[in-house]
Each structure stands twice: as structure tokens, then as C-alpha cells.
Design a protein around this ligand. Structure first.
Ligand code: NIG
Ligand code: FE
Length: 408
């Protein structure tokens, strides 16, 4: 006897079955103790369940995974965006003390409770578009107290929104104002004090850094990676977003889970990612919002067999994006991903980018029962519609969570 049996549905399992979207038509899904007990043709179900739920012909996908966000922050940067529309560049604004540092100021001033509330409200909106797992970075605190506050807020907000949260420590996001004239002292503290404490208190699942002219050099990021790995934390990198810094090669050398952005990724960078099995995480909403014109080298990534994920990059400066299904559309329209590649990018490949591929990302027996149920006639529609609310309900660790939009 299982806990739950879902019937009258079609499953886009996203498993590598040779079928488009790993699809099983006329499927049934058995859930037991929070895990998938069965995913297959309804005709072959042999076990009963305490509860049977008809999905009335809906499609089921793995719960969507947003594997790159900065969803904890205070305030917003609508003013800065308006300045950029008048011609100011992201780099000019950052150099003038705006950009990331203006969000640092607001986030330092916010209480833990206020951050939990604003983050939970954003995560609830993401959940309405099918998200069941989200990666959230720190990086707007830039000192141990405020980075810790952000990471605790991320965890609490996830509980409120019924979303699993994977946390990344991004102390190397920007140089904090109090260290503006002593980069080395900040990196010394980050590597010798902050990373060890974050690791010891299990506040993060990985360590990230921003490798860019306006942030940290490749050598500085290397120091951060060495400290992270010596404390048992895997790494990921904001790489080649605005310029080619060789960040992808650095990420690959350290067995990074992911290298993210990659608009200016070189041939050598692609080869390094392919060798290391590092996931390329593309962020089409940031590309869109920055009015970028240099897309990442999709065809070459594809050819090299690098797994491609896509994510919202939800943050106040470059991507105020709360709909991962709209990101699917942008991935196809702006980067020419196929709808199937886009959906892989927020399921199987996103799971790999978080090191969670054994737990989530496909509908396969044994994995966590995180599902999204959709009002669509074909999985490609998830990437096709824009601004739509296609999700009917989610199951998170086997528990039904109804969509507020559709609650009867
Ligand atoms: O992923 N690139 C660095 N970090 C963010 C932007 C953060 C911000 O501008 O506040 C990004 O785009
Ligand atoms: Fe980012």
C-alpha cells in the first residue's frame, strides 16, 4: 500500500528514456513516504494506495529547480534600472558605488524578520510557477553577521513557501566599502575566518564567487575556492558574464558544480567545462534585463556535451524575475534552446548543478516526490506561453500544496 496514487495524467519524466521529454502517456505515479514509489503506465500499476487522486488529464513534471538566485535582499533597484535605460552601464553604476553595494546597504539595515518576510513572498510567487527547489546565494551582507543573516533567512523563507532551499555562500560578490582600499585584507578574512565558520555551522551547501573586472580576479577567486574545498564545500562561479576572465577554466580545475552566465565563454572554457562535467548555467533573464547582445555559445556547448541548465538569477539589479516558466521562454527565444533543452535546464540539469541529481530533477522511482501538475496539452507549452499561470498544484516531498491562484 502506497500513501498516494496519482492517476489520469501524463508524465514528462525528464529521464533519459529516448522519448521526447521522457514522456509517459496515460501514466500513474505512486508516492510513498515522501518518495516516488512508481512512475509508469497506468495499466501496469499493481499496488494500491490509501489515497487516489485523479489529475483529469493534466501533465506532471518534476518540480522545477531554480539553480541560481539571489532571492534574499532588501529594497530594489528600479531607480538604477531607469538610469541604465538612459544610457548608464552596469559597470559605471557599480563603480559609482551603486549596483550591488546599494543592495548591500539596504540588506545590512534590514532585520532578519523583514528579510524572511520579503524572501518568502518572492518564493511563494516562484512556487506558483512550479518551483520546488531553489538555490539562494548570500552576497549582500559581505560580513559574517549579515551573510549569516541572509543564509538563515533563506532557510526560513523556504520553509514558509514549501520550497527546498540549497544555499550558497557568496562572500566574494563585491568588495565591501570598509575594505575598498584593502582587497587583500578582505580576502584574507573571507578565506581564513568566514568560510571556515560558514562550513562549520553548515550554513551553506556550496561557495560561489563573482569573477569579473568589477568584482574579483581569477587569482582571488582561486583563493576562495581553495578555502572552500579545504573545508569540504563544493564551488560554483559567476564566470564570463561581461568579459572573458578564464573563470570557466578555474571552475573546472576545482571540479565546480556549475559555471554560470558564460556570455563571453571561450573555446578553452567550453573544453574545460566538458572535461570536468561542470554544468553551464545560463541566465537569459539577466541577459534580457541588461539588454545584452552577446549570447553564450550554445551551439558549441551543445556540441561539446556540456550539460546546460537555465535559471532565473532572481536579484534586484540584473534580473527581477520571479517566473521560471517565463525564463524557459527566454532561454528558447533569446538563446535558441529547444523547449526540451529548456525544460531539462530547470529539471535534470539544474539538479546536477546543485549536486542533487540523485534526489530530484526527474520522475523516477526512489527520488523525492517533488512534482508540478500543469494545465497543458504538451510539455513544450511550458516554454511557449508567456506570463501564464499554468500550474495547478505541486507535491513537495509527497505532500500536496495547492496553488493559491487555483484553490477552489
Ligand atoms: O548574477 N553578477 C553578479 N551578481 C548578480 C547581480 C547582482 C546584483 O546586481 O545585485 C548576477 O547578475
Ligand atoms: Fe547571479
Amino acid at each position: 500500500m502506497w500513501d498516494t496514487l496519482l492517476i489520469d495524467c501524463h508524465a514528462a519524466t525528464m529521464a533519459k528514456t529516448g522519448e521526447r521529454f521522457g514522456a509517459i502517456r496515460d501514466a500513474a505515479i505512486g508516492i510513498d513516504r515522501g518518495r516516488l514509489a512508481f512512475v509508469g503506465a497506468s495499466a501496469s500499476v499493481k499496488t494500491g494506495a490509501r489515497e487516489i487522486h485523479s489529475l483529469k488529464g493534466a501533465w506532471v513534471t518534476p518540480g522545477l529547480i531554480d539553480c541560481h538566485t539571489h532571492a534574499v535582499f532588501a529594497g530594489n533597484r528600479a531607480q538604477e534600472w531607469a538610469m541604465r535605460l538612459q544610457g548608464a552601464s552596469y559597470e559605471e553604476i557599480a563603480k559609482a558605488g551603486g549596483g550591488i553595494l546599494s543592495t548591500v546597504k539596504a540588506t545590512r539595515a534590514a532585520s532578519l524578520e523583514a528579510l524572511v518576510a520579503s524572501t518568502a513572498s518572492r518564493l511563494l510567487k516562484m512556487a506558483e510557477h512550479g518551483v520546488t527547489t531553489v538555490e539562494i546565494k548570500s552576497g549582500y551582507g559581505l560580513d559574517l553577521e549579515n551573510e549569516t543573516k541572509m543564509l538563515v533567512a533563506a532557510e526560513r523563507a523556504g520553509k514558509i513557501a514549501n520550497i527546498h532551499v540549497s544555499r550558497s555562500f557568496l562572500g566574494a560578490h563585491a568588495l565591501p566599502p570598509e575594505f575598498a582600499h584593502d582587497r587583500k585584507a578582505y580576502l584574507d578574512r573571507l578565506c581564513a575566518e568566514d568560510i571556515p565558520k560558514i562550513a562549520q555551522q553548515r550554513l551553506a551547501d556550496s561557495v560561489d564567487a563573482f569573477c569579473e573586472t568589477i568584482a574579483f580576479t581569477k587569482d582571488e577567486c582561486r583563493r576562495v575556492f581553495e578555502a572552500a574545498r579545504s573545508h569540504g564545500l563544493p564551488v560554483r562561479l559567476h564566470a564570463e558574464q561581461r568579459s572573458d576572465q578564464g573563470g570557466a577554466q578555474l571552475a573546472a580545475e576545482h571540479g565546480a558544480l556549475s559555471a554560470d552566465h558564460l556570455e563571453h565563454l571561450s573555446e578553452e572554457g567550453i573544453a574545460a567545462l566538458a572535461r570536468a562535467g561542470t554544468v553551464a548555467v545560463l541566465l537569459p533573464a539577466a541577459y534580457y534585463f541588461l539588454r545584452d547582445t552577446n549570447p553564450p555559445p550554445i551551439a558549441a556547448l551543445r556540441k561539446a556535451g556540456v550539460p546546460i541548465a537555465i535559471a532565473s538569477d532572481c536579484n534586484p539589479g540584473t534580473s527581477p524575475m520571479l517566473s521560471l516558466t517565463d525564463v524557459l521562454n527566454m532561454g528558447c527565444t533569446l538563446f535558441r534552446l529547444t523547449p526540451e533543452e529548456a525544460l531539462q535546464g530547470v529539471t535534470r540539469h539544474a539538479a546536477k548543478a546543485l549536486g542533487l541529481e540523485k534526489e530530484v530533477g526527474t520522475l523516477e522511482a526512489g527520488k523525492v516526490a517533488d512534482l508540478a501538475v500543469w494545465d497543458i496539452g504538451d510539455p513544450a507549452e511550458l516554454a511557449y506561453w508567456i506570463g501564464a499561470h499554468l500550474m495547478i498544484e505541486r507535491y513537495v516531498s509527497g505532500q500536496l500544496v495547492r496553488n493559491a491562484w487555483r484553490a477552489e
